[in-house]
Write a protein that binds this ligand. Structure first.
Ligand SMILES: NC(=O)c1ccc[n+]([C@@H]2O[C@H](COP(=O)([O-])OP(=O)(O)OC[C@H]3O[C@@H](n4cnc5c(N)ncnc54)[C@H](O)[C@@H]3O)[C@@H](O)[C@H]2O)c1
Ligand SMILES: [Fe+2]
Length: 382
């Protein structure tokens, strides 16, 4: 038996931040990153709370790839302040931190009381505002692992593209490719269903038309609004059908080398598409293809990459990913990033492969990988 639901109420479109003027809460704890405070963006939130007489505190200690110790600090702040709502403002790191803080705070409170959570994304990428995932890093073990529970689902999400105007081009590129990876992995996941597929197809269509427009021109409000919605659609899709090996492997690149999440996903995509489809530059036509090939072909068609046969179409999809990366200045390999030496990278391949195998995202990949195959993909990525 399968089921599908959307539990987070979504406010979207122009002026959707106005929702904050009517929320039924009295004490808010804002969880955010230092950029949101320093840039003054937080005032878009706080002046609305002040206008409605809602008291608030600000926890702005969020860092990318949120580590456990910062979550612990957030839980302490929550226990002290006792908010009836947490408002997460930021990218995936702020939203994931807020989700984990709320959940651990709930588990530790005497009556297990539920605090509401309003998620307000300031990047168009993770879809975390509507997912039951929170990705936390253990810096000692150098592992990034997704916590998955319906208890993590935000109560409300507010998608106001006003907040993404300031996103720099490199973050637009990385987060935009994260949206694409969510959509693609949800579509080829073993748990894909008609509901998640419908959400994916719309998200892919939007990414194909609007990601480059957002990248080239951050004043293109229409494109930014569209990408903000696509990010949420892809989040809803993978919340239903989960992800795959691409994310399982990308998490380890984030934990070990702090490669931005969307960038790690983009770099892996060409290799994962080849691995899952069993189609590479040397492939010749076959009588029968794996079922996942039809899915990749559908995605290619949605992107307008109509082509001669299954092999040329899957190749066109891989070429499209690589073209997007080059166009948006995303490095194609770890060596191009320059975050570590080849020796440092290669010494981590085995532990990263173990962690990728254990990552809950990997479980729904359409092809069941083994450690040797994962290590090979990591090596190719250098
Ligand atoms: N929970 C989920 O469902 C889910 C899904 C995918 C990824 N993730 C996680 O989310 C994290 C990545 O999130 P992200 O890609 O949004 O990046 P992020 O939240 O780490 O932010 C990246 C950078 O962009 C800056 N930034 C954010 N908004 C900005 C704005 N409006 N203007 C200018 N700068 C801005 C931040 O300050 C930060 O320096 C990773 O930890 C990843 O594992 C979670
Ligand atoms: Fe992601």
């Amino acid at each position: 038996m399968k089921s599908f639901d959307i539990r987070t109420k979504i406010y979207f479109g122009a002026n959707s931040l106005e929702r904050l003027s009517e929320i039924p809460y009295k004490r808010a704890m804002i969880v955010t990153d230092p950029f949101v405070v320093k840039s003054g963006m937080i005032k878009l939130i706080t002046y609305r709370l002040e206008g409605s007489g809602i008291a608030f505190s600000v926890f702005s200690d969020v860092v990318p790839d949120p580590p456990i110790d910062k979550i612990v600090c957030g839980v302490k702040a929550m226990m002290e302040y006792q908010p009836d709502v947490i408002i997460a403002v930021g990218g995936g790191s702020a939203m994931d931190s807020a989700k984990a803080i709320r959940e651990f705070g709930r588990q530790m409170s005497e009556n297990g009381q539920n605090t509401a959570l309003i998620a307000i994304p300031t990047t168009s990428g993770t879809g975390s505002e509507v997912t039951s995932f929170s990705v936390i890093t253990d810096p000692q073990q150098k592992v990034k692992y997704p916590l998955v529970s319906d208890q993590l689902l935000p109560t409300e999400a507010i998608l106001d593209a006003e907040l993404v105007k300031s996103v720099p081009a490199s973050v637009t590129a990385d987060t935009g490719m994260d949206v694409f990876t969510h959509a693609l992995e949800a579509y080829v996941s073993v748990n894909c269903n008609e509901f998640s597929a419908a959400l994916v197809e719309k998200a892919i269509e939007i990414v194909g038309t609007f990601l480059l427009r957002s990248f080239y021109d951050n004043t293109d409000t229409h494109a930014r609004q569209k990408m903000h919605v696509a990010s949420c659609l892809a989040g809803l899709a993978f919340n239903s059908s989960s992800l795959g090996l691409n994310h399982g492997m990308a998490h380890q690149l984030g934990a070990n080398f702090h490669i931005p999440h969307g960038r790690a996903n983009a770099m892996l995509l060409p290799y994962i598409i080849e691995y899952n489809s069993e189609i590479d530059v040397h492939s010749k036509s076959k009588k029968e293809y794996k079922p996942v090939v039809r899915r990749y072909v559908n995605v290619a068609k949605l992107l307008g990459l109509t082509n001669f046969n299954q092999i040329t179409t899957v190749r066109a999809l891989v070429n499209w990913v690589q073209f997007m990366m080059k166009e948006m200045d995303i490095p194609l390999s770890v060596s191009q990033i320059g975050c570590c030496t080849e020796e440092e990278y290669m010494s981590k391949v085995s532990v990263m492969a173990d962690a990728a195998l254990a990552d809950s995202c990997t479980a729904t990949n359409p092809r069941v990988p083994n450690k040797v195959e994962i290590m090979e993909i990591y090596r190719k990525l250098w």
